[in-house]
Ligand binder design. Sequence first.
Ligand SMILES: NC(=O)c1ccc[n+]([C@@H]2O[C@H](COP(=O)([O-])OP(=O)(O)OC[C@H]3O[C@@H](n4cnc5c(N)ncnc54)[C@H](OP(=O)(O)O)[C@@H]3O)[C@@H](O)[C@H]2O)c1
Length: 336
Amino acid sequence: MGLEILGCTVDPVLVAAYIVVSVVILWLVRKWSDGGWCYSKARLDGKTIIITGANTGIGKETARDFAKRGARVILACRDLAKAEAAVTEIYKETGSNNLVVRKLDLASLASIRAFAEKIKAEETRLDILVNNAGIMMCPEWKTEDGFEMQFGVNHLGHFLLTNLLLDLIKSSSPSRIVNVASLAHIWGKMHWDDLMMRSGYDALLSYGQSKLANILFSKELSKRLAGSGVSVYSLHPGSVSTELTRYFNHGLKFPLRYIFSIITSAPIRMLVFKSAVQGAQTSIYCSVTEELKEVTGMYYSDCAEVKPNRLAQDEESGRRLWEVSAELVGLEKKME
Ligand SMILES: NC(=O)c1ccc[n+]([C@@H]2O[C@H](COP(=O)([O-])OP(=O)(O)OC[C@H]3O[C@@H](n4cnc5c(N)ncnc54)[C@H](OP(=O)(O)O)[C@@H]3O)[C@@H](O)[C@H]2O)c1
């Protein structure tokens, strides 16, 4: 006896087999999308950690994990109300009284300098700095200091912040600096003659450039810190369901806007995107894994070392980016 579907008679066994195979395939795709997991049980009691952009998404889950491991966690955020809400949430789950909120707007050099001064005045050590905050594919906005927003926040802001905190990080060695980059670095190249992309802004290419800069900066920093006991890592967290897509509708033009709205639609997110907890795993892995203590300058994805693309491995670009960035943010020579 057959089943009537849309006027056709079909074998019920075939229908059942089709449903089972589809469910298994969807389940396998979902499992594959979960990505790598940090299994380290390392405790962080007595350690102080700063995470930028820790009020939501990957940063908040990284903060939650570190709080569970006993660390003093400083949430460096531009919106204090959102940061306090994150602290309340993490406190309820972990019972940690060692969560601190400090104001940091990476789109303002003055804010970064004020933040660093406060940290140096208040903290006696800094064991791990996680440069996590980011902005993706926004319209052609400028930072307070006139830098293109994505390059300014994602790269220049973290470049200055890291340099200002470097003495404290060095004096706390063995210590770590973790830079959250992205696979999107493959869309980017360094526009050396027009880093702010004034002659033809493109939200996608600018994001790619800023994430390429994250990886170049990590490698160059690791070379400059050789022998200091400070390890530097950069990473791709995966495709993660967070608020990062919030500016797509304003920043992207047709047809990219429609392509990205499909790629980031709810069904696709459910099927192939990581949760924020899963997305935080590689940041946590680079921050706590004992075996990585002696490793520096490498790039990670799914809790494993991988190679970034060719442009991201170019040492001359790393050196040049450092010099240009130092000039742009007004870094004093003695800090380099
Ligand atoms: N999600 C992904 O699929 C994915 C993939 C590859 C790489 N990444 C990278 O992962 C990192 C975290 O992103 P996410 O996915 O967790 O995104 P998210 O949910 O949008 O979180 C971004 C965080 O950065 C903060 N931020 C933005 N501009 C800032 C500024 N000027 N000063 C200080 N903080 C600022 C945000 O603060 P507000 O809430 O106040 O805006 C927020 O806390 C980013 O570096 C991103 O490029 C993410």
